[in-house]
Design a protein around this ligand. Sequence first.
Ligand SMILES: O=C(O)CCC(=O)C(=O)O
Ligand SMILES: [Fe+2]
Length: 329
Amino acid sequence: MSTLIESAEMARTSFQSIPIIDLTNYTSRDSAVQRALALEIRHACIDVGFFYVQHHGVSDTLVEEFLEQSKEFFALPLQDKLKISNKTTPNRMGYSALLSGNNDPNNKGDLQEGFEMVGEPLDPLVNDAEAGGVGRNTWPEELPAFREAALRYYHAVYQVGKRLLPLFALALDLEADFFEEKTNNATALMRTLFYPPQEGHVGDRVIGIGAHTDWECFTILWQEPGKQALQVLNSQKEWIDAPPIPGTFVVNLGDQFTRWTNGIFKSTVHRAINRSGQQRYSIPLFFGANWDARLDPIPGCVSPERPLQYEVITAGEYVKAKLAETYGH
Ligand SMILES: O=C(O)CCC(=O)C(=O)O
Ligand SMILES: [Fe+2]
């Protein structure tokens, strides 16, 4: 098998579509099965930085219940949503209003509303360190079922992320547990997003979410079926559609992985424009490294011909700087 650097040199970054990876066997203990899956992931990460996962184990019911609650949340009167505005809550979780974020500095704002949250135990009496402590989120009091639907979805998708970590490690020729201690203290941020139809709103330099890369290790994104919006930029500067495929999540790498791999794993630029003429919903969960994890290069990713491209900083320093850039906080 080629080394990582050789594979990166042969990368086919002019991709025209996003690969689909079947996770049916991802809990298999058979090392040959694991390696085959890791190899598929390796190619997807080096060539594209995006892939779909199918047969990921998260039930449709969890998705549907949270989607229903998300729709009800965004349909609340603005003054109710603003009661939990992320500009006023103590830890910046909660509601983000239309045009309050701006992912592309060339644009004026993102045509989306959101609700941000982190993990907390479903049962408020349990203090589960793994889930990041109790009461960290601010919930909409008008919707009593929102919290449970959100957390059930969150915990299920978080587990998908946990299971992907060893595959990413194997894909990088590392021991399966390589990322364990670098991610065991991280609280993934999740957003449920609402994009009004673009028509009628289109001002100058306003789209659903402007061109950007994600900042964490990787993102697990659910997209509402039937509504094309997400696009991914290839090395020919062509925008390639990443249509919703029922039963799948989109997984895309973020900047923390790019820094760890000295650019071998791609954190690919993407954007979303909702031209479906209808309302559109999506749910990204951003799976990051521990705040204090150093993003220094992984063995095999640096050579005299491929010198280190990034200054080594911690994951927390990186995300803080990006937050300030995008949301002004
Ligand atoms: O809504 C989408 O399809 C993409 C969202 C996204 O890229 C993000 O939140 O970082
Ligand atoms: Fe993104």
